[in-house]
Design a binder for this molecule. Structure first.
Ligand code: FES
Length: 151
């Protein structure tokens, strides 16, 4: 069976690795990078004009990054990706509906907000504790091979 060609898997892995690298470097320093390219060399690439996040369907994580029964907070995208059971992926906004803090952790099957202790389930995003008046907003998640994208 030819589900996922080697080239596709490698390409997806590269994109995910790039996304993880970018998110890991973008939080504390705002230095110019080589990503902006050289506008004076006259080799602008079509489709490269967005400059800002065009990440609606770009992979932001890898399946291996999301533990079964737990999850992964992708702070750069303000999203939490969870895997309530093996092979089942969910995504939620990481913005806490209480006062807007970003959730930072997923532990013991719950997504945790550090500000006032609200907790949410990994399978529905519903509130299980704390002052949040409602659950986390669900986001659309797409898994392609090993790559996870969230719209
Ligand atoms: Fe999350 Fe208050 S902002 S519990």
């Amino acid at each position: 069976m030819e589900c996922c060609g080697r080239r596709q898997v490698l390409a997806a892995s590269g994109v995910v690795a790039s996304a993880v690298f970018v998110s890991g470097c973008g939080s504390s320093e705002d230095t110019a990078t080589e990503e902006s390219g050289d506008p004076e060399d006259g080799t602008a690439t079509p489709g490269d004009d967005a400059g800002v996040s065009s990440s609606e369907s770009d992979p932001i994580a890898s399946v291996a990054d999301v533990p079964v029964g737990g999850g992964l907070v992708v702070q750069a995208e303000q999203v939490v990706i969870t895997q309530p059971s093996e092979g089942e992926f969910k995504a939620f906004s990481a913005v806490c509906p209480h006062q807007g803090c970003l959730v930072t952790d997923v532990r013991d099957g719950e997504i945790v907000c550090p500000c006032h202790g609200s907790r949410f389930t990994v399978d529905t995003g519903d509130v299980v504790g704390g002052p949040a008046p409602r659950g986390l907003e669900e986001r659309q998640v797409t898994v392609t091979g090993d790559a996870i994208a969230v719209a």
